[in-house]
Write a protein that binds this ligand. Structure first.
Ligand code: AG3
Length: 284
């Protein structure tokens, strides 16, 4: 009998993945976590029935999450990652020399199991002395922290369950107070085609707080429904207007190696198709 992982994240469309082998399954006090093997995606991690990351396509998600803000900013020394317990974003951040990061995740189990079952995703980032790990509620952390960071990456689950608070106005405001001058916040903002209202809600909330708010796109094969949107919020408009030459200079200067990111892809990712623009501007 073929076992199927049936995502059920959205009401009208379901992602079904063949489960070749279940490697781990546990309901922690926080989340229902499963790691299984699939012939297309390699090892897959799901939380509360939603695919979080897979060995084969995580590079797209994490490269775009990290290198777009870091290379747009151009002078990042300190990065804060909220969530991201699989270590994928951390690994991309660690590619940048002279950058240190703090990763705050609420669930230690996610970190431990990712390292055990999907070690290529963090690729040793958790052993890097430049990465500081904090097990805590991201909301509490930014509310209380007096430190500042040039880039804050909100690598959360979708806005249901424990991740929901990471989409509130209060949380965004607390993040803003942890941003260095000219800093950038990037968020995981779902797949617009199937999560219209989530995109619009984040946009409206961020707009009340930041001068420049936008989204950029990438298609993540294991996220059903088309391209996903990353939120972008900053007081420094110029970070979104760099020429290709500037981005290429920053990319080459950083010395990082990538498999998806290029300066051209970076620039193009900010072009929003009309249907997505309309989600942001419609009056209802
Ligand atoms: N965070 C994003 C999960 C999005 C899930 N959505 C979906 N399957 N459509 C994942 C954490 C990766 N570091």
């Amino acid at each position: 009998m073929i076992e199927l992982f049936d995502e059920g994240l959205h009401s009208g469309v379901n992602l079904a993945l063949k489960v070749d082998k279940v490697l781990y399954r546990e309901k922690t006090e926080l989340q229902d976590l499963m790691i299984f093997e699939n012939s297309t995606f390699g090892r897959v991690m799901s939380l509360d029935g939603a695919v979080q990351t897979t060995e084969k396509d995580e590079f797209i998600y994490h490269e775009m999450f990290v290198h777009v803000p870091l290379l747009a900013h151009g002078a990042v020394r300190r990065v804060l990652i909220i969530g991201g317990g699989d270590g994928g974003a951390a690994r991309q951040v660690m590619k940048h020399q002279n950058v240190e990061a703090t990763l705050v995740d609420i669930d230690r189990t996610v970190i431990e199991l990712s390292q055990q079952y999907m070690p290529t995703i963090s690729g040793g980032a958790f052993d890097d002395p430049r990465l500081k790990l904090v097990i805590a509620d991201g909301c509490e952390f930014v509310r209380q922290s007096e430190e500042v960071w040039e880039v804050i990456i909100i690598d959360s689950t979708d806005p249901h369950g424990p991740g929901e608070v990471l989409y509130t106005q209060e949380f965004y405001a607390d993040c803003k107070s942890c941003l260095a001058e000219g800093g950038i916040i990037v968020t995981q903002n779902g797949v617009p085609f199937v999560q219209e209202s989530e995109l619009r809600t984040s946009y409206d909330r961020l707009k009340t707080l930041f001068t420049d708010v936008g989204f950029y796109l990438a298609a993540i094969p294991s996220y059903v429904g088309g391209v996903m949107a990353y939120g972008w919020a900053t007081e420094e408009k110029r970070h979104r207007q760099h020429s290709l030459a500037t981005l290429a200079g920053n990319y080459i200067g950083s010395g990082i190696e990538t498999d998806y990111y290029t300066p051209e892809v970076h620039q193009a990712a900010f072009a929003l198709p009309l249907n997505i623009q309309k989600i942001l501007t419609s009056e209802d």
